[in-house]
Write a protein that binds this ligand. Structure first.
Ligand SMILES: CC(C)(COP(=O)(O)OP(=O)(O)OC[C@H]1O[C@@H](n2cnc3c(N)ncnc32)[C@H](O)[C@@H]1OP(=O)(O)O)[C@@H](O)C(=O)NCCC(=O)NCCS
Length: 395
């Protein structure tokens, strides 16, 4: 076989494939930065709308800029009827992430600028996606219960409007603010699997909706965004289990994973998990549901002790560990939890799509085309001897 010079890295761990100016992680120190700003500062001082502006444009908005951006987001919430009419035909048991993945290209069909790829048009498409993804997620939850989707409320901000559309009641402002914080926390995370999927797809010059549909698909997996729903299943399955530490020990002894722990980049506690833990306990106390964060903490303690015994000192809680309790306390059904991740991450995906399409960080766009090592049948460059079909049938 012809010799090739290659560097093999299964899963591309540590391989730099592009430059980006959107976000930065220091996995050893537990630092996450969007466009230069630490996540802790954004959580304390910003809203999701402001964070989305920052990710898309690269700077923190002035009052006027933020007002105009927020107005654009509110105006873009309206989804053409044919989108909901299509969704009404789908099997009601379909998982919300599958619905979302199928709906994103339909939103593309409704976009008058689908084929226009200049920077301004892309920014407008990003606003439509950010505005409409929560609307379709909430609509699906109603449609699958045989209910009509509700109309958005222009007086409510992004997070509060989502809770209204989902639950049909004006949300508690503190709870809506906490959801907004969750959206800030999940908005971007460098070259994670779903962002890379978006970037890879649009590197072929496919449109943003094709890229985002791929991103939603990647996010749905349990090793990525799907983990929050699996954490919630785990917490519910522990109802009535007294010896949670023993349960953790058995699970790890069977070689199974503890969902919501471990990270490909963080070798210390995920900074988002620290903030989400605090929200989970605070909301738990407010609503009389501390059992969820408390159960999560018991798992955490037991798992850390087990990992330490195995010499694995870098498997710590990630963003999904405590977000499951937070969302559950907010009344979000388990199978919608990964959609909430998408409702936030669409801001980061869009920023990365724009960066990718214009090669903004590295001077020029590039088509991704890695190599794989061929380990299949090989009979030399002339190929294996082809046997016609008649000769392949056993006597
Ligand atoms: C996210 C994740 C895939 C990153 O892992 P990674 O850095 O790529 O490392 P690997 O998957 O190769 O795992 C390395 C070792 O740690 C173990 N490990 C990693 N995360 C673990 C977890 N949550 N529970 C138990 N063991 C875990 C693996 O079993 C493996 O052990 P081995 O070397 O004895 O085979 C992994 O931590 C995981 O599966 N976590 C649970 C799912 C999750 O929460 N995903 C959301 C991420 S934000």
């Amino acid at each position: 076989m012809a010799e090739t010079v290659r560097v093999k890295n299964i899963g591309l761990r540590g391989v730099v494939v592009a430059d980006t100016a959107v976000s930065f992680i220091d996995g050893e120190k537990g630092v996450l930065i969007y466009r230069g700003y630490r996540i802790e500062d954004l959580v304390k001082n910003s809203t999701f709308a402001e964070t989305a502006f920052l990710l898309l444009k690269g700077w923190l908005p002035s009052d006027r800029e933020l007002e105009a951006f927020s107005e654009d987001l509110v105006k873009a919430r309206e989804v053409p009827d044919f989108v909901f009419n299509s969704m009404k035909l789908w099997p009601r048991q379909t998982h919300p992430m599958d619905v979302l993945q199928a709906t994103v290209p339909i939103l593309g069909m409704a976009d008058p600028e689908l084929a226009v790829d200049n920077r301004d048009a892309l920014a407008r498409k990003a606003i439509r996606l950010i505005a409409r993804i929560p609307v379709v997620v909430a609509a699906w939850h109603r449609i699958r219960q045989g209910l009509e989707p509700l109309a958005s409320d222009p007086t409510l901000d992004h997070a509060a409007n989502f809770l209204w559309l989902l639950q049909g009641a004006k949300p508690d402002p503190e709870l809506a603010k906490d959801l907004d914080t969750c959206l800030v926390l999940h908005a971007d995370h460098t070259f994670n699997a779903s962002t890379f999927a978006c970037r890879e797809v649009v590197s072929t010059r496919a449109h943003i909706y094709a890229g985002v549909a791929a991103g939603v698909g990647a996010l749905s997996g349990e090793l990525h965004g799907g983990a929050n729903a699996r954490v919630m299943e785990m917490l519910k399955n522990l109802d009535g289990v007294e010896d949670i530490a023993g349960w953790v020990k058995d699970r790890l002894a069977r070689g199974e994973r503890i969902m919501g722990m471990g990270h490909a980049v963080y070798k210390t506690m995920d900074p988002r998990a620290i903030i989400l833990k605090e929200i989970a306990y605070r909301l738990g106390q407010k609503t009389g549901q501390t059992q969820w964060p408390e159960r999560t903490s018991v798992i955490e303690e037991a798992a850390l002790a087990e990992f330490a015994q195995r010499g694995k000192h870098d498997i710590k809680p990630n963003v999904d560990f405590f977000s499951a309790s937070v969302y559950h306390i907010m009344g979000i059904p388990g199978d919608l939890m990964t959609c909430l991740f998408a409702i936030s991450r669409i801001a980061g995906w869009s920023a990365h799509v724009i960066e990718e399409k214009f090669g903004e960080a590295q001077g020029k766009p590039a088509l991704y085309r890695p190599k794989a090592e061929y380990v299949g049948e090989y009979c030399g460059l002339l190929g294996c001897t082809y046997r016609p079909q008649a000769e392949r049938n056993p006597a």
